[in-house]
Design a protein around this ligand. Structure first.
Ligand SMILES: Cc1ncc(COP(=O)(O)O)c(C=O)c1O
Length: 427
């Protein structure tokens, strides 16, 4: 394993393809993975770890669900990428729109980054304005606008001053901070972009009235509201986060789970807004792999699975509840003042006292040393967590009650180790 890390550092920049994987933000060694099956990730020594990273969200069905990993040759037999329009991508768009009616027109791209980047461009083209209001701690991918004060493990080097000048960064769940930033000058605003349920500074629920307040402000400014549902769509059901609020976004970005592990994403929204795209309008969005039949075929499989097994959501919810309840019990026993939050298949807590995280300031106040110690001890105990406190635990249909109980046993030990590294009571 050590040798792989050394080899990685020789040829991959920083030893990895995405900085969070390096373990750097928690001061942990990089986890080098050899294989995966179901709910498990295996390291190069062959050791099994219960995996709650789940590829940072896409693996709702675990690593190797037979309906997703077998018969791929049948998806490939007519070719992998065509560069032309085809009936299956039309059918996929129709299926998506049936669940997300706000997406009157859409376009397929490859990653969540592209989906959000394109949605922002469309909003700017439609409004003829350049300014974007976003929220600290939300993550929308790795294009320039998105990286300013982003959550997850993002940083913002290499972003021109001109881009920064067009970005306003507000506090999540704080409409007063939005008003303050918009001030007298809201006429320059093109769009407000938001994770309708935050999942990149831990799991953060929108406060009552927050999303409604954003829509109101966008309307008042003559700007658009863009929902980033790259994590929430399919994680929180076929209607996503927008199925749970009366707020109808003007544009939406999708990605992650819809590809069942393959890269496919989409953006779309109001018909009049999407009409700015060429050939109807003069705004460009397009790519070699957009809507390729292989990934589209996989996305149909994912929707087929979810439609055939709606009970999978209550199964995951049950497991996540068990995990959350077990963690709360350990915290109570140890006198630890942490708050566990759980929504369906997502579980999260931060090493900080007080109420659940509401915004990025809260998230950043968590104890980093205690988390690093906990994360390392969990790995030692056979549980793989994302090496950053901004990430959450993703439960999949492949996890079992036994996995959860094993996780809780590991957490019991790891929390003991972490308490010795934190300012909080060691019991
Ligand atoms: C909410 C959200 N939006 C966008 C993205 C970017 O997606 P991708 O990594 O596929 O570019 C992510 C990735 O984690 C995300 O969590």
């Amino acid at each position: 394993m050590q040798r792989s890390i050394e080899r990685a550092l020789e040829v991959l920049a920083g030893g990895c393809d995405s900085p969070v994987r390096s373990g750097w933000s928690a001061g942990l060694p990089m986890f080098v993975q050899a294989s995966a099956a179901g709910a498990y990730a295996y390291d190069e020594s062959g050791r099994r770890h219960i995996d709650y990273i789940m590829a940072y969200g896409p693996l709702l069905f675990g690593h190797t669900h037979p309906e997703l990993v077998t018969g791929l040759d049948s998806l490939a037999e007519h070719g992998l990428v065509w560069g032309t329009t085809h009936s299956e991508e039309i059918r996929l768009a129709e299926r998506i729109r049936a669940y997300l009616p706000s997406m009157q027109r859409m376009r397929f791209v490859t990653t969540g980054t592209e989906a959000m980047m394109s949605a922002v461009r469309v909003a700017r083209a439609f409004t003829g304005r350049s300014r974007i209001l976003k929220f600290a701690g939300n993550y929308h991918g790795h294009f320039d606008v998105a990286l300013i004060d982003a959550g997850a493990s993002a940083s913002a080097g290499g972003i021109p001053q001109g881009v920064r000048a067009d970005v306003l960064v507000a506090r999540y769940n704080d409409l007063a901070s939005v008003d303050e930033l918009l001030g007298e000058d809201e006429t320059r605003l093109a769009a407000i972009i938001v994770e309708p349920i935050g999942a990149n500074m831990g799991l953060v629920q929108p406060a009552d009235g927050f999303l409604e307040g954003l829509l109101e402000r966008a309307r008042h400014a003559g700007a658009l509201l863009i929902f980033d549902e790259v994590i929430t769509w399919l994680r929180f059901g076929l209607r996503g986060a927008q199925g749970r609020t009366p707020v109808v976004p003007d544009l939406t970005a999708l990605g992650k789970i819809m590809g069942g592990g393959l890269p496919i994403a989409a953006f779309g929204g109001r018909r009049d807004v999407m009409a700015v795209l060429a050939p109807d309008g003069e705004t460009f969005s397009g790519g070699t792999h957009g809507g390729n039949p292989f990934c589209v075929g996989m996305a149909h499989r994912v929707l087929d699975l979810l439609e055939a097994h709606p009970e999978c959501y209550s199964y995951m919810d049950g497991l996540a509840r068990r995990l959350a309840a077990g963690l709360r019990e350990i915290f109570t026993e140890r006198g630890l003042p942490y708050t566990v939050v759980q929504q369906e298949s997502v579980v999260d807590f931060k090493f900080r006292a007080g109420r659940a995280v509401q915004n990025y300031d809260d998230a950043c106040s968590a104890d980093r040393a205690a988390f690093a110690c906990y994360c390392a001890a969990m790995l030692e105990g056979g549980v793989l967590l994302a090496p950053s406190q901004n990430e959450v635990m993703f439960v999949s249909t492949a996890h079992t009650a036994r996995d959860v109980d094993e996780t809780l046993a590991a957490a019991e030990v790891a929390l003991g180790a972490a308490a010795t590294r934190s300012d909080l009571p060691a019991q």
